[in-house]
Design a protein around this ligand. Structure first.
Ligand code: IVH
Length: 646
């Protein structure tokens, strides 16, 4: 028996030795015969600053909303025109290149955004990547980030069979032998940075021109634009030119140009508030609906899916299209055997735009949506949404937790997914397979698998089983926030899981919810509302869920949430804002409080330390705060607490 840490240490030593001495790198090496992943030959490495993704916009309205959110957050005039750095979005593979004292020392793939693969040697074969930069004011240390891609003209001349230039770029970047990568004419265009030390630039457009000075390639179509109307104009121009550009672009990225504004805006989950990708319109095609299937999702939602006669839409073979929900089918009167227009936009699941009623045969019948769950037979319901005061468009299986097989399978898929437990090599197919074989039914079963049984299955061998065991063992230590997210409680996505994790700090505190009735306390968490609390309540009222928690606790090490409260000036201090502030939004004050380890509450209670009041505060809140002898301060006094003046 060895400790995980010893094991990791040994593994690292062996890999290092193998890297140094070729003769050690044999197929009998422990690195290939004991719980390793030999198929993935690249070392993993953490990004010092995460690589974020971007939210998508499709229509002018999405852009208007994007800008509205920005002006709201920054609390600036709605009509103030913001400058954007406008950059065509190349559809390639992103990479992060670390330079130390001007030297290219390490290159990582994006990976999951937090951790990438070390593909330094392959990246070094790319001509566009400077290996040594002598420019005078080049930062002491910086991660330059950009896109690796293949030009369409070069792609045509490739002999390799790749479906599209993007796959070709990805495939050649992941060659084991850099000499193979070198044969492919990869290009690199730089557009942002991660960690930096000594970068003296105030905005994105200046940064882009610095990149040029330093010897990087930047996109020649980059621009500085203000006003949504002008963004739209540029979008239409580029879309027209698109076919004649020698690299694939799938949209245009807009970034708030000013770095100080970017910094204030910050991120939500893993996308910045200060940038958005304006995607190009989709591709459409006509095909026939062969059947309509009802899928049952993790939250019990019944989603109708059209099985269509396979058709090529923009280079991808499409055979499924979502029909969204019961209402959508009724509204568009979609039926089996209909001829339909199918749309595929970006990475979004294809959907049915419309059906041609003229082409319908006489005996065509209206599609009747099932009233019972196709998986477990339970009654289905449409919920009444208390906030919108409308009946939900989605019909759901009314069974609870793990009673419905389909729901359970989907819960397990969610449990192992990238943002939850992220178990390498344990994908959806394996969940389905192991489920059928009755190896798994509840999440804890994943950690109690009988590996000797798996080894006897077709397609599995000693090595692949060892790899699986290794991946599972590695994920037995998990952060509280990921853990909460992985439970798949309805309405508790990544952001809310983070809030809950911060609030409860430890698993034992979180688990107390199964005994106590004081759910109201969670309403104090700014961002958690009644919908979420009710959903958590219902989760904990289910005996199976409680059992799952108990069993998981036995096999996992759930790490306490890291509290930055040790450092911040506002440690253990709680705030609530009422009224309109001047030059700063609620959201920004909230981020400021949290950055400094304080907490924001959502109502006045004994737990509140400070009530911050702006113009026209809610009288009730102020009166109640005074009654409870809570300190009432204004914006200036608050900022003074942080030694800020404005
Ligand atoms: S900025 C801070 N700029 O888009 C936001 N990304 O969905 C993230 N991409 O993974 C990066 N062109 O692969 C940025 N000019 C550009 C880009 C760009 C293409 C890709 C990149 C990233 C993805 C985000």
């Amino acid at each position: 028996l060895v400790l995980d840490s010893e094991y990791d240490q040994l593994k690292r030593e062996i890999l290092d030795l193998e890297n140094k001495y070729d003769f050690l790198n044999s197929k009998f090496s422990p690195s290939k015969t004991i719980g390793f992943k030999p198929s993935k030959n690249f070392k993993k490495s953490l990004h010092r600053v995460p690589m974020l993704s971007l939210d998508n916009a499709f229509h002018e309205n999405d852009l208007i909303n994007f800008e509205k959110k920005i002006t709201n957050f920054l609390s600036i005039n709605k009509d103030s025109e913001i400058f954007y750095s406008v950059e065509p979005k190349i559809d390639g593979i992103s990479a992060s290149l670390t330079f130390k004292n001007g030297e290219f020392v390490k290159g990582l793939s994006r990976g999951d955004g937090k951790e990438g693969e070390d593909i330094t040697e392959n990246l070094k074969t790319i001509r566009d990547i400077p290996k040594k930069i002598n420019a005078k004011y080049f930062p002491e240390e910086i991660d330059i980030r950009g896109e690796v891609f293949i030009q369409n003209s070069d792609f045509k001349n490739l002999n390799e069979k790749f479906a599209n230039p993007r796959n070709a770029a990805s495939g050649s970047l992941r060659q084991k032998n850099p000499d193979e990568t070198k044969k492919i004419p990869l290009k690199f265009i730089a557009y942002t940075f991660g960690y930096e030390k000594g970068l003296a630039v105030n905005n994105q457009s200046d940064f882009l021109s610095k990149l040029d000075d330093w010897g990087f390639k930047t996109n020649p179509l980059n621009k500085l634009v203000k006003g949504i109307k002008n963004l739209m104009k540029n979008y239409q121009e580029i879309e027209k030119k698109r076919a004649n550009i020698d690299f694939d672009i799938d949209g245009i990225v807009y970034k708030v140009n000013n770095f100080a504004m970017q910094k204030r805006l910050g991120n939500v989950a893993n996308a910045p508030r200060w940038a958005i990708a304006h995607k190009f319109s989709s591709n459409k095609a006509v095909s026939k609906i062969l059947d309509i299937e009802i899928q049952v999702g993790r939250t019990g939602a019944l989603t109708p899916v059209a099985k269509i006669k396979p058709i090529n839409i923009g280079g991808v073979i499409v055979s499924n299209a979502t029909l969204h929900n019961e209402d959508e089918i009724n509204r568009k009167d979609i039926r089996i055997d209909d001829t339909a227009v199918i749309e595929r936009a970006g990475d979004v699941i294809p959907h049915i735009l419309s059906v041609n009623k003229q082409k319908r045969s006489k005996n065509s019948k209206k599609f009747i949506f099932p009233k019972n769950c196709p998986s477990c037979g339970s009654e289905t319901i449409k919920e009444f949404n208390n906030i919108t005061k409308k009946v939900d468009a989605v019909r759901r299986c009314s069974s609870e937790g793990y009673y419905c097989d389909k729901i359970s399978i989907e819960k397990l898929k969610h449990f192992v997914s990238k943002e939850a437990f992220n178990i390498d090599g344990f994908g959806k197919k394996i969940v389905e397979n192991f489920w059928k074989l009755k190896f798994i039914k509840y999440p804890q079963d994943i950690f109690n698998l009988d590996f000797s049984e798996i080894e006897n299955l077709e397609g599995w061998g000693k090595l692949s089983v060892q790899n699986l065991k290794y991946s599972i063992d590695q994920k037995k230590t998990i952060s509280l926030e990921r853990f909460i997210y992985s439970l798949g409680i309805r309405h508790i996505g990544l952001e809310n899981a983070k809030l809950l994790s911060k609030h409860f700090v430890s698993f034992s505190e979180f688990k107390k919810l199964s005994k106590q009735n004081d759910y109201e306390d969670m309403l104090n968490i700014d961002g958690i509302g009644e919908t979420q609390v009710n959903s958590i309540k219902s989760f904990f009222s289910n005996e199976t869920n409680k059992q799952v928690l108990n069993e998981l606790e036995k096999v996992l090490l759930i790490k306490d949430a890291i509290q930055n409260s040790d450092y911040g000036k506002l440690k253990n201090i709680t705030f609530l804002v009422t009224g309109k502030l001047n030059g700063i939004s609620r959201a920004e004050i909230k981020s400021l409080i949290e950055e400094n380890s304080g907490k924001t509450l959502s109502s006045v209670s004994k737990k509140l330390n400070f009530l911050i009041i702006g113009e026209k505060p809610t009288k009730k809140k102020v009166d109640y705060a005074r009654e409870l002898k809570i300190k009432v301060i204004d914006q200036v006094e608050f900022l003074k607490m942080l030694n800020k003046t404005s």
